[in-house]
Design a binder for this molecule. Structure first.
Ligand code: VGL
Ligand code: ZN
Length: 207
């Protein structure tokens, strides 16, 4: 049985000084590295990258609105973000501190201008697949461990989709940090993931 780790969006723009800095986002790097360096913990490692065109419609710069505003986009609610994770820029790169040599597969998301994609399985229309589900099915994966950035967006939606896809889903809690546009968002996200069936663990329990 393969143990699969999904590292969500551990990219420069989500770390301190990045364009969409997640408070203490850099603190997940040593957690990831410890799991990657310890032999036998995981045998399949996926990393995702938020990967937007420069004119992505989740960017406040493409609208009259301000950062943090909520608009309607293609029939779905959309938070407006600062320009971030633009394809082929430094901000979109995995953080240099991350031990990348053990990553088996990168999944890019948010690549279409018209629709955002928080989940690493489906875009926000809940239809367009990123290819991750097919890849995991092909590998016979039924359990996924998920950690990364940000707890209240991409981690949360990835976890909820994994559960909907009937995968056993474990959140590595100390390997996640949240944006917290509103105070309490992380707690709320954790509660929602738990209610839908996610299990939580600490990275130390896996090593
Ligand atoms: C994310 C907001 C916008 C994330 C990505 O990775 O959680 N959040 N794009
Ligand atoms: Zn994004």
């Amino acid at each position: 049985m393969s143990r699969t780790l999904i590292l969500v969006d551990i990219q420069n723009d989500f770390c301190p000084e990045g364009a969409l800095a997640v408070p203490k986002g850099n603190e997940v790097i040593p957690v990831a590295n410890r799991l990657l360096e310890t032999k036998g913990v995981f045998d399949l490692i996926i990393a995702t990258q938020d990967w937007h065109p420069a004119d992505h419609l989740s960017f406040a710069s493409q609208h009259a609105g301000s950062i943090g505003d909520v608009i309607e986009l293609g029939g779905f609610t959309q938070v407006l973000w600062p320009d971030h994770c633009v394809q082929n820029t430094m901000g979109a790169e995995l953080t240099p501190g991350l031990k990348k040599d053990r990553i088996d597969r990168i999944i890019y998301k948010g690549i279409h201008r018209e629709i955002d994609s928080y989940s690493c399985f489906f875009e926000n229309d809940h239809k367009t697949a990123t290819g991750l589900e097919d890849f995991l099915r092909l590998k016979g994966v039924t359990t996924v461990f998920i950690m990364g950035l940000a707890t209240d967006y991409c981690v949360k939606y990835s976890v909820l989709d994994a559960l909907e896809l009937n995968m056993e889903t474990v959140v590595i809690q100390d390997g996640c940090r949240g944006v917290e546009l509103n105070p309490g968002d992380v707690k709320q996200a954790e509660m929602e993931m738990r209610q839908k069936g996610a299990r939580f663990c600490g990275s130390h329990e896996l090593i």
